[in-house]
Design a protein around this ligand. Structure first.
Ligand SMILES: [Mn+2]
Length: 360
């Protein structure tokens, strides 16, 4: 049996995100140890840019000194991003991991603790993959064949966005399947995806941390277990220190800023990236900046954004007699608690929408 951890797209980044991203790296190493993995595969974009490799070098090498599990580090497109001509191979200063040379496939023969023979092929990122890239594979008999690659597998990604990378680095999982591989460990796409190509399983674990807004849901690394005669097992291992990207909508009312529900506050992790959408109207004396500061003070999170999704200035609205009457009535009934079961936020939202024609 051969068991390994598969991750990709960590994007170690210095500055504001240095401790956060490195904390996630350490948690990945801890997961590998806790689950008694025989290898950890980092399938590209471990570093956010070529320059970050030198920024993290001491910390990275320090964490891996005497580390008991072999680490396999693949070049992604981000390891080559902003590479200076002086850097022949940006990953070359790293000695603690197994790597391929920049742009050249490398094939390693591993032995599992049970004596099984494992082929591990590293296919580092190249912008345009030449036909012969997947050739020169050892012709020996192997119990398991694992490939690491970084790029887009079109069948697994319906829409990759208006990106320069879209036409490049197209990985063909079917081709890798035809070469007899059992598992294709992919990186590049930040959302989790799995697909079968004949007897091959191709898998993107998704980014193990929140790299950009919109990366919704639990972040994971993938635990993969290969056993002779059995189907490949893949299991998501949630990363705690990654936090999540959260979108929360709040209604801003004229009486005062409304507190955020206790249930929402309690669900926020200190490493969450929270984007708050405000709709409604501001209190007469306060503006958007005050709203942002007020809500930020309520939330203990790593990153905070306040988006105005349709907030009207109270004074402007007040000049509309209908709006004025609506708010007076709502405020009265709300303050008197005449209708305890009414969701007043919803009433304001719907009311404003009908009175102003705004799409809130
Ligand atoms: Mn990438």
């Amino acid at each position: 049996m051969f068991r390994f951890l598969h991750t990709a797209d960590l994007h170690l980044k210095s500055g504001d995100e240095e401790n956060y991203s490195f904390g996630v790296f350490q948690e990945i190493l801890d997961l590998g140890k806790r689950h008694e993995c025989h290898a950890i595969l980092f399938c590209g974009d471990t570093f956010d840019q070529a320059q970050e490799i030198s920024n993290f070098l001491d910390r990275f090498e320090g964490a891996l000194r005497d580390f008991p599990i072999p680490i396999y580090l693949l070049h992604g497109n981000h390891e080559l991003l902003r590479k200076t001509p002086a850097m022949q191979d940006p990953l070359s200063p790293i000695n603690s991991c197994y790597k391929a040379d920049n742009g050249i496939a490398k094939h390693l023969t591993l032995t599992s603790p049970d004596g099984e023979k494992v082929l591990l092929s590293l296919f580092p990122f190249v912008p345009t993959i030449p036909e012969e890239y997947y050739k020169s594979i050892p012709s020996d008999e192997f119990d398991f064949r694992i490939a690491m690659a970084h790029g887009t597998e079109k069948r697994m990604v319906s829409y990759t966005g208006p990106s320069q990378e879209e036409e490049n680095s197209l990985v063909s999982a079917q081709l890798v399947a035809n070469l007899g591989y059992n598992y294709l460990a992919l990186g590049h796409i930040h959302a989790r995806r799995t697909e079968e190509f004949g007897s091959l399983i191709a898998h993107y674990p998704g980014s193990p941390r929140v790299v950009s807004a919109g990366e919704i849901g639990t972040r994971n690394a993938t635990l993969v277990t290969l056993s002779i005669g059995e189907k490949i097992q893949i299991q998501d291992l949630p990363i705690q220190s990654s936090g999540e990207f959260r979108e929360i909508q709040i209604v801003v009312l004229p009486s005062n800023f409304q507190p955020i529900a206790e249930s929402i506050l309690q669900s926020i992790h200190p490493n969450d990236y929270v984007r708050l959408y405000g709709i409604g109207i501001f209190p007469a004396s306060q503006g958007e900046e005050e709203a942002k500061n007020f809500y930020q003070s309520l939330l203990n999170c790593r990153k905070f954004e306040f988006k105005n999704k349709g907030i009207f200035d109270y004074n402007t609205l007040r000049s509309n007699a209908l709006v004025q009457e609506f708010f007076d009535k709502v405020s009265h009934r709300r303050n008197q608690n005449l209708d305890p079961n009414i969701n007043w936020d919803m009433v304001v939202q719907v009311g404003l929408q009908s009175l102003t024609g705004a799409n809130l």
